[in-house]
Design a protein around this ligand. Structure first.
Ligand code: FES
Ligand code: CO
Length: 326
């Protein structure tokens, strides 16, 4: 079961946008688990969305004096998960040590709230564009999809479909052939492709069809990125895709689009375009069989142009992600 995968349980997973969490607690789902995310003066926190007293959802409560207050009998939990107040208990009586919420790792980065269910931290990738003033960053998502995350990720890394599924936008029917390219393991354990030339109908908004160069990267099991380079003007555009396993069969995609050049498009227009592209991929991804990514490379028929997705499958295998149909 993907939702029980021990490797994914040590990963930082984006559960919502930072802007979604204001002064009220928010309920999110991560790998079938209900989680409450809340903000206090000391930062952002995530607990299992369950009060140990009578099983109420803490997300229906509120934040008061830096503590999360249960909606049912107003027990108060501090950000570490320790219960610090039980209103029904005489003041002379100590709070039972078992009165605790289950706290998970939680942090904010790149416009999202990230939760780590495991005690161990498997590390987090960096997105240099986000902190670089030369880039404009636009947050994209959430977009729900009825497919497992590795299928969604692999679709994003798939260069061969651009001139088919996104014909007229990201590719041209007369230029479907993919030149040879290699993939490499980087020093920090990521995977990066060579630049791949893709002929696009209007990559820079001037109406001029030309080649642009895509570099694909696998940063973590559920976080990948591509960078598009236009050699004529030095324009760089990258998209980070990170996928939340919601339940065993549902995923949520989030992204960061980064540009080092000016465009006339507003953030909303950028998001709308990306939504349209994602909507083109959705029916393909939601109907692929098997639902799990086959980690046995003999199961599907791969071409040289599928090198990036083969490398992604191998990467998952090496990390020991066990959900695949092996
Ligand atoms: Fe939470 Fe009673 S169920 S305080
Ligand atoms: Co696509």
């Amino acid at each position: 079961m993907l939702v029980q995968d021990p490797v994914l349980h040590r990963e930082w997973i984006a559960v919502c946008r930072s802007s979604d969490v204001q002064d009220k607690p928010v309920q999110v789902t991560l790998m079938g688990e209900r989680i409450v995310v809340f903000r206090t003066e000391t930062g952002i926190h995530a607990f299992k969305d369950l009060c140990i007293h009578r099983g109420a959802a803490l997300s229906l409560g509120c934040v008061r004096n830096g503590n999360l207050v249960c909606p049912y009998h107003a027990w108060e939990y501090d950000p570490s998960g320790a219960c610090v107040k039980i209103p029904q208990l005489p003041e002379t009586q100590a709070i039972p040590t078992k009165a605790k919420a289950i706290a998970y790792g939680c942090r904010e980065r790149y416009g999202f709230v990230w939760v780590n269910l495991g005690g161990e931290d498997a590390g987090m990738f960096s997105l240099p564009e986000f902190d670089d003033p030369a880039f404009r960053n636009v947050i994209w998502g959430p977009q729900e999809v009825n497919a497992k995350p590795p299928r969604v990720i692999e679709n994003f890394l798939d260069v061969g479909h651009l001139a088919v599924v996104h014909e007229g936008y990201l590719g041209v029917e007369t230029h479907r052939e993919i030149g040879d390219y290699r993939v490499h393991k980087t020093e920090d354990g990521c995977i990066r492709s060579d630049e791949i030339a893709i002929f696009q109908p209007d990559p820079d908004g001037t109406g001029q069809a030309k080649h642009v160069y895509y570099t694909y990267e696998v940063l973590r099991p559920l976080s990948v990125k591509f960078t598009k380079r236009d050699e004529e003007n030095g324009n760089l555009m990258s998209i980070l895709l990170t996928v939340l396993p919601l339940t065993e069969t549902k995923s949520v995609a989030f992204g960061v689009m980064s540009f080092n050049y000016e465009t006339d498009l507003t953030d909303e227009e950028m998001v709308k375009f990306q939504d349209m592209i994602f909507a083109q991929d959705k029916p393909i991804v939601e109907n692929q069989k098997p639902e799990d990514l086959p980690l046995d490379l003999q199961i599907e028929l791969s071409l040289k142009s599928d090198r990036m997705s083969i490398a992604y499958r191998q990467y998952l295998t090496e990390l020991g992600v066990t959900h695949g149909t092996a």
